[in-house]
Design a protein around this ligand. Structure first.
Ligand SMILES: [Zn+2]
Ligand SMILES: [Zn+2]
Length: 355
């Protein structure tokens, strides 16, 4: 296996100063001492890839040039010299890759406070440092989760962000329970997986999106038509007309536009929660009087953690969550990014690598 690993490869890279991805020849990464060299099977294309490409005010760990891609699945082809011999991972294992696994050290301000996804010390694959839109990637041993039976590489790749981020927001941040009534804004790349997660928890969910076809997908999933806000209908009016005023325990905003964030504050019940995941508008307005009088909780969520990834992979293997993902050759990356920006892509696209 070792002899078949080339010394160079082509990948999609960010160059600071350019908003366009660069298809570039780079060295195949070294195997990290405490990690693995991965031969990639699939890497999910995310709208965040575009945000990262146009971000010229990078965060502290950003490098001048790096390989994009933060949703990955691949096969372990080399094991680092310091990986413990009783590690449960070995050459040949197919693993899902967490882009920001945290350093795990007790003296880390973030990892020691259970927010490893905010760790500043660990590798940030595809988010300022080399990631997964290339045939090989180097990852720390903390970043990998075995892919269970029945989960395809493309599904495993998108599980690492498009499924996990919503799952973390719903279960750990919003703590949504079966007895709740939830309002979900947005059935895009993350929202549709979020809908399946809420459905699995057993909470009643009212769904809103601007696209008819996505609402039809929700119907196919078993969401009653009466719980779907028709396209063009104001959510605030829908809530009143359907006797739901004061009954929305949690609003999950996977859109994050002025309108959705405004509506969320109106429709949420007194004492309710608003969970913010989407950021289509970078700044939104909080109605202070409304927020205080209703004693609202505004909860922000970012990414997720390794246990979330293990749980969502398990749910995907049981077909409880079925991520919508289509495989494409790596050459389709620029067109896919454009499609995401134009709202032309339903679900997710994963780049697939030659085996
Ligand atoms: Zn992403
Ligand atoms: Zn850390």
């Amino acid at each position: 296996m070792t002899t078949s690993i080339p010394s160079t490869m082509h990948g999609w890279r960010k160059h600071m100063g350019s908003p366009d991805p660069v298809w570039e020849e780079v060295a195949v990464p070294q195997t990290p001492p405490t990690g693995f060299l991965i031969k990639m099977l699939a890497s999910g294309v995310c709208r965040s890839d575009h945000s990262i490409l146009i971000d010229e005010k990078p965060r502290p760990w950003f490098e001048k040039q790096f390989t994009l891609g933060h949703e990955g699945c691949g096969t372990i082809v080399r094991v680092g010299a310091q990986v413990r011999s009783d590690s449960k991972f070995k050459v040949g294992d197919v693993v899902a890759l967490d882009a920001v696994p945290g350093c795990g050290f007790d003296d880390c301000p973030e990892c020691s406070r259970d927010v490893s996804q905010l760790c500043l010390r660990c590798q940030h694959s595809g988010i300022g440092q080399d990631g997964y839109h290339a045939p090989y990637a180097a990852v720390d041993q903390r970043a990998v989760v075995l892919v269970p039976e029945g989960v395809t590489p493309a599904e495993a790749a998108v599980a690492t962000d498009a499924v996990k981020t919503g799952y973390h927001a719903i279960t750990r941040r919003g703590e949504v329970k079966a007895h709740e009534t939830v309002f979900l804004f947005g059935l895009g790349g993350l929202g549709f997986n979020a809908l399946q997660t809420i459905h699995h928890i057993g909470a009643r969910v009212i769904v809103s999106d601007v696209k008819e076809e996505l609402l039809e997908e929700a119907v196919k999933l078993g969401i009653p038509r009466g719980d779907i806000v028709p396209v063009g209908k104001s959510p605030t009016e829908f809530i009143i007309e359907n006797g739901l005023d004061g009954k929305i325990d949690t609003v999950l905003d996977f859109v994050g536009m002025h309108q959705t964030f405004h509506d969320a504050q109106v429709i949420v019940r007194r004492g309710g929660k608003i969970v913010c995941v989407g950021t289509l508008d970078h700044e939104n307005v909080v109605d202070m009087k409304n927020g205080i009088r209703k004693r609202l909780s505004f909860i922000f969520s970012y990414g997720g953690q390794l246990d979330d990834l293990e749980e969502v992979l398990e749910l995907i293997s049981k077909k409880v969550i079925q991520p919508q993902v289509v495989g494409k050759p790596p050459s389709e990356f620029p067109a896919t990014l454009q499609g995401l920006l134009d709202g032309q892509i339903k679900g997710r696209i994963a780049l697939m690598y030659d085996q």
